[in-house]
Design a protein around this ligand. Structure first.
Ligand code: NAD
Length: 405
């Protein structure tokens, strides 16, 4: 590919120092057994008497829900459990949960699970606080105007960073779209990142959610909204994930590697709060909404193709990323290192047994199906505008054509 044009680079430099807001609104606890140590204290300090627990069937069968219930029970804290959250949570499920929250006079939400349980919890909090239907508040429609119930987020996957973001991603199955609801009112007030709660994760979910975190870190590092504040989170998360994700995937017993990966996923959440995302996410959301591909897998598969497209915008940054994946690239010049970025990420995916295309879906994608996906991707206003390289419809179609075969 051609080198970056002077004009594109000037644009990046200009944006590098653009305004950002750095309020870290989430009180973060990290470490083994941090839930055990802090959860009851916080609930009691705030004087809440009835808690709504938002979780999913996998968390019930893994024994994690029981572990948390015991902690609450030991402190005589009463709970209403909603454990029906599905992957890529649906608007109807949010509305069902909201009705139960109100009927049971709950006062605080514990979000226990991966991004799906946490985003569902944010959806419930939004509607309890503001009324109406959750999709009324999707980006571009109404904004949340009122304070919402407090959320304590306890992530059990190693990916989304939702525990520290003001964003909820909710699927509308009728429109076959994933919509973003974003407001400081739904950012969790507390996050408890306890690596011991990830020990029951199957290896393939360590891989897919860990790659989701890596995509957050890389997209936020290279986006046109990146700034020195966000970059410090992004680059640290990239280093920690590249070093520890393969070990954590292969060896579930390696506590240090798992702790590094879990913390990195939270850092990557902070990173994209302030540095935004790009067209990996724009292209992956339609793959989940239309074809049910898990979020982390969709991101991981698309990542190398978008890196190939984006690398011309900032040779130094893409070279730096490539060298983190493959330190031997320090011996080649910047341009050559940047040129390898897609290849080294393909290799990294292969170590995690992540497919290199979506051919495993065994779907015969027609031109009109690809055009629909591309239009949805370009309509993703929360991510598409922040990609470092502007992409036309034809260019998005071309990325899909490569990744769908
Ligand atoms: P997930 O929450 O859908 O969970 C995937 C599966 O893993 C579920 O079956 C769950 O039961 C199981 N699981 C979770 N933790 C487990 C554990 N410790 N042991 C055993 N099983 C466990 O997956 P995810 O990737 O964390 O979340 C994806 C969702 O998050 C998507 O809807 C995506 O759009 C959203 N997301 C949100 C943000 C945000 O900032 N709000 C960011 C990225 C992604």
């Amino acid at each position: 590919m051609d080198l970056n044009t002077q004009k594109e680079r000037e644009t990046n430099l200009e944006l590098h120092t653009s305004n950002f807001n750095s309020l870290l609104a989430t009180n973060l606890f990290f470490g083994e057994e941090c839930v055990n140590k802090n959860l009851p204290l916080i609930i009691q300090e705030q004087g809440y008497s009835k808690i709504f627990i938002a979780t999913d069937p996998g968390i019930v069968s893994s024994g994690i829900l029981n572990k948390v219930l015991k902690i609450l029970d030991d402190s005589s804290i009463k709970c209403e459990i909603f454990s029906e959250v599905e992957p890529n949570p649906l608007d109807v499920t949010v509305m069902k949960g909201t009705a139960i929250y109100i009927e049971e006079n709950c006062e605080l939400i514990i979000a226990l699970g991966g991004g799906s349980a946490m985003d569902f919890a944010k959806g419930v909090s939004a509607v309890v606080g503001n009324g109406g239907h959750i999709l009324d508040y999707r980006r571009g429609k109404k904004t949340l105007q009122k304070k919402c119930p407090t959320i304590i987020a306890i992530p059990t996957t190693v990916g989304t960073g939702s525990e520290v973001t003001p964003v909820s991603v909710i699927t509308d199955p009728q429109a076959k779209r994933k919509y973003i609801i974003a407001s400081p009112y739904i950012q969790p007030q507390y996050a408890m990142v306890d690596p011991t709660l990830t020990y029951t994760l199957p290896a393939h979910i360590v891989a897919s959610t860990g790659m989701d975190a890596l995509v957050h870190a890389i997209e936020s590092y290279t986006s046109n909204a990146a700034n020195p504040f966000s970059e410090s989170f992004s680059i640290q998360a990239i280093k920690m994930l590249v070093k520890n994700l393969p070990t954590s995937y292969k060896d579930n017993e390696d506590r240090e590697a798992r702790a590094q990966v879990h913390l990195a996923s939270t850092l990557a959440g902070f990173a994209f709060n302030y540095g935004k995302l790009g067209i990996v996410h724009s292209c992956s959301h339609p793959m989940s909404a239309r074809y049910g591909v898990p979020h982390g897998i969709a991101n991981a598969v698309i990542l190398p193709y978008v890196l190939e497209f984006n690398k011309v915008t900032n040779i130094e940054k893409f070279a730096e990323i490539a060298r983190i994946f493959d330190p031997s690239l320090k011996d080649v010049d910047e341009r050559e290192a940047a040129n390898q970025v897609s290849k080294v990420v393909h290799r990294f995916n292969a170590q995690l047994n992540i497919p290199s295309t979506f051919s495993h879906l065994k779907i015969d994608f027609t031109h009109s199906m690809i055009a629909e996906l591309a239009r949805d991707a370009m309509d993703d206003v929360g991510t598409f505008p922040f990609n470092p390289r502007k992409a036309s419809l034809d260019e998005v179609v071309s990325i899909y054509q490569k990744v769908l075969i």
